[in-house]
Design a binder for this molecule. Sequence first.
Ligand SMILES: Cc1ncc(COP(=O)(O)O)c(C=O)c1O
Length: 391
Amino acid sequence: MDELIFVDRSCSNAEKYVLRKKLFGTHDVQPMWVADMDIATPQCVLDAVGERLHHPVLGYEMMSDRAYQAQIGWIQRHHGWKIQREWLSYSPSVVASIGCALRAFSDEGDDVIVMSPVYPPFFQQVKNNNRHLTLYSLAQNSEGHYCFDIETLRSQITPKTKILLLCSPHNPIGRVWSREELFSLGTLCVDYGITIVSDEIHCDIVYEGYTHIPMASLSDELRECTVTFIGTGKTFNMAGFGISTVCIASPHLRALYEKERSRIHWGEGAILSHVAFEAAYVHGDQWHKNLMFHLSNNRKIIQQWASVTARIQISSPQGTYLGWLDCRALGMGDRELREFFIREAGVGLSAGLGFGREGSGFMRLNFAVSTTILEDALEKISMALRGRGDA
Ligand SMILES: Cc1ncc(COP(=O)(O)O)c(C=O)c1O
């Protein structure tokens, strides 16, 4: 019931397959790019949806209090943060809600801090909403770990800086920010009256030795200036249900956000999504444990592979199922690197440059696949490297 079931998705309309030709110019690649998994959505979710279909009316429905309480329970059990029901509202998409938050908490022309490399819609949402991007370049220290320098960040703040757009855990570099890091970042924002828009969609995919800390849980002050996005999409592989929530404790920020949200009128979402969301959070604990066991194993396999692959390094992900491959030692330009993975290795990865210029020389590999597929893909890459005399 809670076991993981690996599924061949090539015969459904899965983006990872359907978009291959468009993205890679060929159907002939093992797709390991978009951030979803080759694993069946938990049976408890499928059962709940099936059960709901016994009722013959699929009209407008509100998201139930039970569904919100299910999420509140999960967040408390897994992250030790107690959310109040009135802080939460439905969202069909984290990215859409980021756009809504940008409009709610800043004006056109205002500055928004984004730490790059990052999930590309962060850049697009800021630009498309006519805000100005203040890019902070995340850098690796001598051990290859990404970190930030609070004084450099401080020096980038202007009177027009209104929002910090945070990715926590961070896609694509896989950092799970520590309490100290979050606290220093949060304190900086409090000092300058900056609203923190914190995308925590990857919060449940965190490996042993690391702990996800919700930014808003750090202090009363941070709770009042943080807007958090959380959902079932990544955790339970159910992005196709288009459901997540926005959590805003401050009545003032909530009112601003609601005003903007009402302009869009995305309503309360789809009935089957409500049911799926509730079931996942109520019954998904054991499935999630099994998922983390599998992902931890795959993560180890990539780490071992990278340790013997002289010219590709991986800064080990602390969270997310995304491997951030440092290919700079191969000495290829970004176009050549991309072509190498497509034409010579036959794997469809996300090119690092798409995550900002700091991603130059990197590739992102989604390892939420079966171990067989992962090992096969890594072997293909090794063979391609050997073909170039590089392994
Ligand atoms: C950091 C991050 N935020 C948001 C999303 C997408 O969220 P949604 O599908 O709810 O818009 C993703 C998907 O990969 C992501 O990695």
